[in-house]
Design a protein around this ligand. Structure first.
Ligand SMILES: [Zn+2]
Length: 105
């Protein structure tokens, strides 16, 4: 099975609503249903077929899927924290992860 780095991703098929996913360090996949106050409501994706579909969809362009997540959920594509300022929103990651990304360049 294809591997995707832990983080938050969104994918949309033709005519389909955008779906948000969280991938954990151990590779487990969760469908992010939405947020209630500070808590994300998540549902595990358990079926191997569904997992493979999600990984395939994200794996086509992980950076784009992460950026779509940030735009759609207005949250960091790495840690899921809510993005408030315009710079973080356009970068698709929170301030903390933006500086980390810049350090890596
Ligand atoms: Zn972050």
């Amino acid at each position: 099975m294809m591997s995707v780095a832990p983080g938050y991703y969104a994918v949309a098929g033709p005519g389909q609503a955008v779906r948000h996913y969280r991938i954990d360090q151990d590779g487990s996949i969760h469908l992010v249903m939405g947020r209630k106050r500070d808590f994300w409501r998540i549902n595990p994706v358990r079926s191997p077929t569904a997992q493979a579909d999600v990984l395939r969809a994200i794996g086509r362009d992980p950076a784009a899927a992460q950026a779509l997540y940030a735009q759609s959920a207005r949250a960091c594509g790495v840690c899921g924290r809510t993005l408030v300022d315009e710079r973080s929103l356009s970068a698709g990651v929170c301030q903390q992860h933006r500086s980390r990304l810049l350090e890596r360049l």
